[in-house]
Design a binder for this molecule. Structure first.
Ligand code: NAD
Ligand code: ZN
Length: 377
């Protein structure tokens, strides 16, 4: 079958790889209809991780169940499904308590598993014609049959739940104000979630015009980073007051859209400055700095310096980590079906698998309006 394979930093190609087989009675094989490119793929694509050449990318997968292991009880051949990017067992302590991103069984020695991701277990990605789904009854969410809402449902694999989770991690309550850093797919989903959940005002910080425009379309207030200190800009709009909650949907960014090296702790510093005393920070952004080269960083441990003293002085709470997609995706699916959420406003490109190399390049440079790319094998 054809699949998107990582070759070397800044290069992927579509190649023939072996079609996945049922390896365990609880597996299913899904024929992929949509697999998205994620900002998280860029950490590997840019060569900042230990990802080996040959790894198949793709953790945001949906499709049609094609083959069923003998231990699968709920799914049937032909079911339309979307998979959380997390691979989880469903019965360890963390899974039972709704923290499937930290499953202790699927990837011993590392907190959690995922498809097509370095260090996250032996689970090839779904930017391919087929993908193997382990513990399938737990890890596949069924969808209404047909083709309706394909783009919306595809976003249930990761970014819609992750944006929602980012807001949740910040300790948000309806009526509060939120500053979201990053108008990439995750930031836009966080802002959209805050709007859906009744925020009084939502500010979205970025420097990319098209992305800020999308933030404006959903009722958020765009803050252009290139026009000066974002925390000061937000406070000025609020008569000097800080916001209640902040979300970091940026993480580590090697290079900015205008080609400059990003300060690795810029967002954490700004969040600590812009959130009110005893407010909260949600940090879904991933810190994978390159070592050597980036200041204040150590790639092996994701070391980043930030003003902890100020964080302490303000008594801020911090929530972080991979999203437990399973905790949210059923409810978010039902919001989509009910017509009360339409996250696909973030999708900029629907492309064939063969266009992957080009799409990765454009999305990585964050140019030409590439905001969220959906690949269709
Ligand atoms: P992305 O990386 O394109 O989005 C980041 C956005 O931040 C870009 O639009 C960029 O212009 C902007 N940006 C850069 N520096 C900034 C700054 N100083 N202030 C404000 N904005 C700035 O794509 P994405 O898919 O939205 O991913 C965002 C982050 O979320 C990545 O780190 C990704 O790995 C992470 N992520 C985490 C999870 C999770 O489960 N926790 C899931 C998916 C993605
Ligand atoms: Zn993702």
């Amino acid at each position: 079958m054809r699949a998107v394979v990582y070759d070397e930093p800044f290069k992927v190609s579509v190649r023939h790889v072996e079609k996945p087989k049922i390896l365990h009675p609880n597996d299913v094989i899904v024929k992929v209809t949509t697999s998205c490119i994620c900002g998280s793929d860029l950490h590997m694509y840019e060569g900042r991780t230990a990802a080996e050449p040959g790894i198949v990318f793709g953790h945001e997968n949906m499709g049609i169940v094609d083959e069923i292991g003998p231990g699968v009880a709920l799914l049937k051949k032909g079911d339309r499904v979307v998979m959380p990017f997390n691979v989880a067992c469903g019965h360890c302590l963390n899974c039972e308590e709704g923290r499937s991103a930290f499953c202790t069984e699927v990837n011993p020695g590392f907190a959690g598993g995922a498809y097509g991701y370095v260090a996250m277990g032996p689970y090839p990605g779904g930017q391919a014609e087929y993908v193997r789904v382990p513990f399938a009854d737990f890890n596949a969410l069924t969808l209404p049959p047909g083709k309706e809402h394909e783009d919306d449902f595809a976003l249930l694999a990761d970014i819609f739940p992750t944006g929602w989770h980012g807001v949740e991690l910040s300790g948000f309550r309806p009526g509060e104000s939120v500053a979201v850093f990053g108008a990439g797919p995750v930031g836009l989903m966080a802002a959209y979630s805050a709007v859906l959940r009744g925020a009084s005002s939502v500010y979205v910080v970025d420097r990319i015009h098209e992305r800020l425009q999308k933030a404006k379309e959903i009722g958020a207030i765009p803050i252009d980073l290139s026009k000066g200190d974002p925390a000061e800009q937000i406070k000025k709009l609020r008569g000097g007051r800080e916001v209640d909650r902040g979300v970091d949907a940026v993480g580590y960014q090697a290079v900015t859209a205008d080609g400059k090296t990003e300060k690795p702790n810029a967002v954490l510093e700004a969040l600590i400055a812009v959130v009110r005393p005893t407010g909260g920070l949600g940090i879904p952004g991933l810190y994978v700095p390159k070592d050597p080269g980036a200041p204040d960083s150590n790639s092996a441990k994701g070391y980043i310096t930030f003003p902890f003293g100020k964080l302490f002085e303000k008594g801020l709470t911090v929530g972080t980590g991979q999203c437990n997609v399973k905790k949210y995706n059923r409810y978010l699916r039902d919001l989509i079906i009910a017509g009360r959420a339409k996250p696909s406003f973030v999708v900029s490109h629907n492309l064939s698998l063969d266009e992957a190399a080009h799409a990765y390049e454009k999305f990585d440079k964050r140019i030409d309006g590439y905001t969220k790319v959906l690949l269709h094998p």
